[in-house]
Ligand binder design. Structure first.
Ligand code: SF4
Ligand code: SF4
Length: 230
């Protein structure tokens, strides 16, 4: 998905993906099934952001099928020429187009995590239609989670920072930890690893997390001190 987005963001009007026939992949992973599912998903995302999904096509072919390659690429080029420049035919100006593409690019890691089960399924051709639905995509994009570390609960144990796969947690000894929302891929690992006795992380759905305490005001409140004060 990130590669397709990069092509569109760099001004390509269409993306054509050629892949080996299903069940003929050289690798045990059979990545062409996974790629096909991603294409089905991405076409729905394109519709969701107002782009014509015909601008993305995947064609299965073998190395011996030069005729299929020629016919399918020629037919794709004809389609794209008919559609014209990306965004223009869809009524999106350059700014709106870049902002929509950037919004989805940011969500790609989360989208892959959230749809992992469906992406990994090996579909038969008759199952492609409707595999991802409009409602599913609207929910996926509109109800993305945000994670927030509650300053009054964090005990700076560092468990979340050690396990975050993208180093999105600003971590310092004896300081409330903070999630960098721009780096966070919304994998949910931090909420799973935060010790139950602290339960310092909250998940918000569909709206952004509140701002973290500013630098210099992140000293932790020790639970034992709280008890003494009480
Ligand atoms: S949700 Fe995942 S990426 Fe985001 S801060 Fe938590 S562990 Fe890191
Ligand atoms: S795991 Fe929980 S208590 Fe520990 S640093 Fe992270 S948010 Fe704070």
């Amino acid at each position: 998905m990130a590669h397709v987005l990069r092509a569109f963001s760099n001004g390509m009007d269409g993306v054509f993906i050629g892949a080996c026939h299903l069940n003929e992949c050289n690798y045990v992973t059979h990545g062409n099934f996974n790629a096909m599912n991603m294409v089905l998903l991405f076409k729905k995302i394109m519709e969701h952001i107002g782009l014509n999904p015909d601008r993305l096509r995947m064609q299965f072919m073998s190395g011996a099928e030069a005729n299929v390659f020629v016919e399918s690429t020629n037919s794709f080029i004809k389609t794209i020429k008919g559609l014209g420049p990306l965004g223009k035919n869809e009524g999106l100006d350059d700014e709106a187009l870049s902002s929509k593409l950037a919004q989805i690019a940011k969500l790609v890691p989360y989208i892959k995590i959230a749809t992992k089960e469906k992406l990994n399924k090996r579909l038969n051709q008759d199952e492609y239609e409707g595999y991802f639905t409009k409602d599913e995509i609207a929910k996926l994009v509109g109800e993305t989670p945000s994670y927030y570390i509650q300053p009054d609960k964090c005990q700076a144990c560092m468990a979340c920072a050690r396990r975050c796969p993208v180093e999105a947690i600003i971590s310092a000894k004896h300081e409330v930890h903070v999630i960098d929302q721009d780096k966070c891929i919304k994998c949910g690992t931090c909420i799973e690893v935060c010790p139950t006795k602290f339960s310092a992380i909250t998940k918000f759905i569909g709206h952004p997390a509140p701002p973290p305490p500013p630098e210099g005001k992140r000293a932790i409140v020790r639970k034992s001190k709280e008890k003494e004060a009480a």
